[in-house]
Design a protein around this ligand. Sequence first.
Ligand code: NAD
Length: 312
Amino acid sequence: MSTPEKITIVGAGLMGHGIAQIFALHGHLVRLVDSNEDVLNIAKDRVRDNLTNMANQGVVFDESFDVILDRIQISADLAPACEDPDFVIEAVYENLELKQQIFSDLDRLCPSKTILCSNTSVMSITEIASKSENRERIVGTHFWNPPYLIPLVEVVRTEESADWCAEATFDLLARVGKKPVHVYKDVPGFVGNRLQHALWREAFAIIDEGICDPATVDEVIRNGFGLRLPILGPVETADMVGLDLTIAIHDYILPHINADPIPSTTLKEKVDAGELGFKSGSGFQVWSEEEIAQSRQRLANYLIGIFAGQHD
Ligand code: NAD
């Protein structure tokens, strides 16, 4: 068996520590870098908590947590973590100038074999790479939160990314149990966030227009077509119901579906009033601390259950 690739992750926050966990679990040596020592010092504890939570819900690990965690080395400095990695995954704040600077530093510090990836949620990989010289080795790897439980990673190539770079990244992700997909064009939101926010825009437009109350929007999705989504995406569903029926429905309904290029009125009013959701205790509904904890736990339990089922 070939030696597992060395992985450097820049940014040890919510996404970075979870991405480190994926690679450490699959035998890779991981160097985890963060400029904030407080974040860095708790990163491995966060990984241990995630693993404990998963084990408590029936996920079986082949190795002890200590063995897995020993593969993660933390560092406050970028340079030592750039000596010989095969891949670097950047997961710092969503700030274009910061990401451009980090990629320019990575490009200067890393050997020519190293592939450089950004975990930006929506920013142009082309722009992030624009201050670097060797842009052929730069791609997007858009993980979803929590990255160790949600399988999808969008591998986004720019017009300058080399095919070998996108293919090697895709191959690595598949080997650590992810479900990578190729995104051939570097467009805002890539594929997943375009689809997700098309649905959210319509959800908020329905609330703006008073067609139903906010809780009903979620109920319609969760108890209706949402039940089909893990099994059938819209493309396969269209084939199932018939493309002739699909076009007839679209002819009738598309003129009525929201296409505004700006956020919803209700959303804007709530944000202006400081109603930000969990973080302020009220959003589309009022949230107690207990309800917030229950909501987070319900999601974690559901995702861990799926993960456990896939890794039996
Ligand atoms: P976060 O705030 O939890 O973590 C970012 C970390 O980057 C912080 O710990 C910070 O100290 C560190 N950092 C900042 N500047 C640095 C530097 N110069 N060198 C080293 N470390 C530095 O943010 P997050 O939620 O983990 O998001 C990270 C990236 O992942 C963002 O681009 C975000 O858009 C993307 N992303 C987030 C989610 C999500 O749901 N949170 C999902 C997918 C993608």
